[in-house]
Design a binder for this molecule. Structure first.
Ligand SMILES: *Cc1c(COP(=O)(O)O)cnc(C)c1O
Length: 371
């Protein structure tokens, strides 16, 4: 059988570029706690992303949990069922109740017109996700938040480097949270970040990620250990030198997919960016027009060792710790339910070669001619 084609493959810079950083860490004996590489990466990422205040974390999930703590969120939080489980797990770990709201069929993100009807006296926040790096309707979400006095925390795990209305998408909401997990476009093996709107908020978050220590003898909050190590930060610095090239190569693959798939009946391409995007995913819908089901096509690909993924299926709202919620009922989430049954994310990564691309297309074309 042909070699496996994963849905994504982590970006790895040349190893020899990383070694001098490791030598420096060995020489200095500073392994963590806001060392020089941590500080450099915070500054470099803030500049690259076009934001002012960024706090590094050891992973995106701890960053989400800390963002919730930083804003002292209570009660109910409106969120999307169409995401990775960490979005809502971070709410449960903070003793909050997720309230699922259906998504928009074009953006795959929280449908703004459905948010308002889900607000109750217990609602304190909205946690939308920029799914696949597609921008949420940030303006309408902010209007609703302002009208009802709600906080907005964006799970921006997919949105590294995405621009919206001429500026970083990460500038919206009260906080935005990134993930630098190995499967994301920019990775530090494991890692994450919170983007704050001002220095005071960043300060509070920096205390929270270090047990609440403000100085050697002062603990100001019941913090956690969310710190990024020097090894991870150094890796991020090396990777940052290569990220633009990697995004460009992802863009080319995205363009080729669009060209080739446009003519295949039953395969719907989801959304096209008009601004700087990151091409983190290449989702398509396998609609009822296609001769075989999404799951059958997924299986055909697996049989040929093409490891496409059904992001996001099953919906978060169907997992045992959520499905008892009133808002988790599938009849209340018709759009998310239908999309989760049709979605298929095709392999896209820096290094996906022509032969691999052709193999992927071949399976889809062959299936499209069945009957
Ligand atoms: C990856 C991801 C996370 C979790 O990030 P980790 O760094 O893996 O903890 C959270 N939300 C979404 C939408 C993700 O894709």
């Amino acid at each position: 059988m042909s070699a496996p084609i994963p849905v994504t493959r982590p970006l790895l810079p040349p190893l020899e570029e990383f070694i001098p950083y490791l030598e420096q860490i060995w020489d200095s004996h500073q392994l963590t706690n806001g060392g020089p590489f941590h500080q450099q990466l915070e500054a470099a990422l803030a500049q690259y992303l076009g934001v002012e205040h960024l706090s590094l974390f050891s992973n995106g999930t701890l960053a989400l949990m800390t963002a919730i703590q930083a804003l002292r969120i209570k009660g109910e939080v409106i969120t999307t069922p169409y995401s990775f489980v960490a979005t809502t797990h971070s709410l449960l770990w903070n003793d909050l109740t997720p309230v699922f709201v259906d998504i928009d069929p074009h953006t795959y993100n929280l449908a703004p017109e459905r948010i308002e009807e889900a607000i109750t006296p217990a609602t304190t926040a909205i946690m939308p996700v920029h799914c696949y790096g597609i921008p949420c309707d940030v303006d309408r979400i902010q209007q609703i938040a302002d009208r009802y006095g709600l906080k907005v925390i964006y799970d921006a795990a997919h949105a590294f480097g995405v621009q919206h209305q001429g500026e970083s998408l990460l500038r919206h909401g009260d906080l935005s949270v990134l993930s630098f997990h190995a499967t994301k476009v920019f990775n530090t093996f494991e890692g994450g970040a919170i983007i704050s709107p001002d220095a005071k908020t960043k300060q509070r978050i920096d205390y929270l990620k270090n047990f609440g220590f403000a100085d050697e003898v002062t603990v100001v909050a019941p913090g956690i250990n969310g710190k990024m190590s020097e090894v991870n930060a150094a890796f991020g610095l090396v990777q940052l030198r290569h990220i633009d090239q990697a995004l460009l190569r992802r863009q080319r693959i995205d363009e080729r997919y669009r060209e080739v798939l446009a003519s295949i009946p039953g395969i719907r391409i989801v959304w096209e960016s008009r601004e700087k995007h990151n091409y983190a995913y290449f989702p398509v819908l396998v609609t009822p027009e296609f001769p075989i089901s999404r799951d059958a096509l997924y299986q055909r690909m697996r049989d040929d060792n093409i490891l496409a993924r059904r992001y996001f299926y099953p919906l978060i709202s169907t997992f045992p710790m959520y499905r008892g919620l009133d808002s988790a009922r599938p009849d209340r989430l018709p759009v998310a339910t239908e999309l989760s049954q049709q979605i298929l994310c095709l392999p896209i990564f820096d290094g996906l070669d022509d032969a691999q691309f052709d193999r992927i297309i071949q399976v889809i074309v062959t299936a499209s001619k069945e009957n």
